[in-house]
Ligand binder design. Structure first.
Ligand SMILES: C[S@@+](CC[C@H](N)C(=O)[O-])C[C@H]1O[C@@H](n2cnc3c(N)ncnc32)[C@H](O)[C@@H]1O
Length: 272
């Protein structure tokens, strides 16, 4: 197995377990899901969560609220890369209305089962959950108006390929509008490894300049990276001490450099 395949299996196993915990109603952990997780807590308004099944809210493992930022319009087709329990797909479906469509794409069977059950409970018809990998999106060229995603692209071992696929399936003029973990500036390798373990949902967040470069190379224009939540070593104090790191040193080296960000870009109208 290549390193990329091995990483994918680990990710699948990790999120399969997370889905089973939600389905069995045994979510207990902080930091990696749950209400006291500084990454995923409080991303949605009470108004948004009120209209969703409790298990869709409980399964939320994102780091932003891309649907709120993507300016979705009635009639549009939206694709959520790594849709998990389906929270952003269900919210998008409401925004695009019955004339629009929201697709969720995920590779983990237990997450797909949970998402389809959440769709059934929410009673929305204009939704379809697809099984597949974000590196090989199972949709035709130029078939989607907006790509959203919530804390997933950082998990891919081949981010350039994910961005090329996103570009391919977008219609000319289509929007890429995702929440993701992004690194700003230099973070020492050992500190980065431990911070990544702490945030749980990241295996390899891109540095901001690298993210911009890969988007441009895929063909996107109007690239923008906007911080939505900045993480602090203080939030991870207990974890860092347990991992044998000095929290004060880590704070000095990473504070302000690891963030949840809203990343947007456009497929030019003239693109084939
Ligand atoms: C951090 S969770 C986020 C789920 C959801 N976006 C949310 O906000 O709750 C990551 C999800 O992406 C899926 N995933 C990770 N890598 C993937 C890949 N390469 N292809 C398809 N799905 C992937 C996992 O199965 C998991 O459901």
């Amino acid at each position: 197995m290549t390193d990329g395949q091995e990483l994918k299996e680990q990710v699948r196993e990790h999120y399969g377990q997370a889905a089973r915990r939600v389905a069995l109603n045994t979510v207990t952990s902080c930091c990696g899901g749950g209400s006291c997780d500084p990454i995923s807590a409080d991303l949605y308004t009470a108004l948004e969560t009120a209209e969703l099944p409790a298990t869709a809210v409980l399964a939320s493992l994102g780091c932003g609220n891309p649907t709120a930022l993507a300016e979705l319009k009635p009639g549009e087709t939206v694709l959520d890369l790594g849709s998990g329990g389906g929270i952003d797909v269900l919210l998008s479906a409401r925004r695009v209305g019955p004339a629009g469509k929201a697709y969720g794409l995920d590779m983990t069977d237990d997450m797909l089962a949970l998402a389809r059950e959440n769709q059934r409970k929410a009673g929305v018809a204009n939704v379809e959950f697809l099984k597949g990998e974000i590196e090989a999106i199972p949709l035709p060229d130029a078939s989607v108006d907006v790509i959203i995603s919530n804390c997933v692209i950082n998990l891919s071992a081949d981010k350039a390929q994910v961005l090329r696929e996103a570009f391919r399936v977008l219609k000319p003029g289509g929007r890429f509008a995702v929440s993701d973990i992004v690194i700003r500036g230099e973070v020492p390798a050992d500190v980065r490894r431990n911070m990544e373990l702490w945030v749980g949902c990241i295996a390899g967040a891109l540095e901001e300049g690298e993210y911009r470069r890969l988007l441009s190379e895929a063909g996107f224009t109007a690239v923008d990276v906007e911080p939505t939540r900045i993480y602090h070593a203080a939030d991870a104090r207990e974890f860092l001490v347990g991992a044998g790191l000095d929290p004060d040193r880590v704070a000095a080296e990473v504070d302000g450099r690891i963030m949840g960000a809203f990343v947007r870009a456009t497929k030019p109208v003239t693109a084939a």
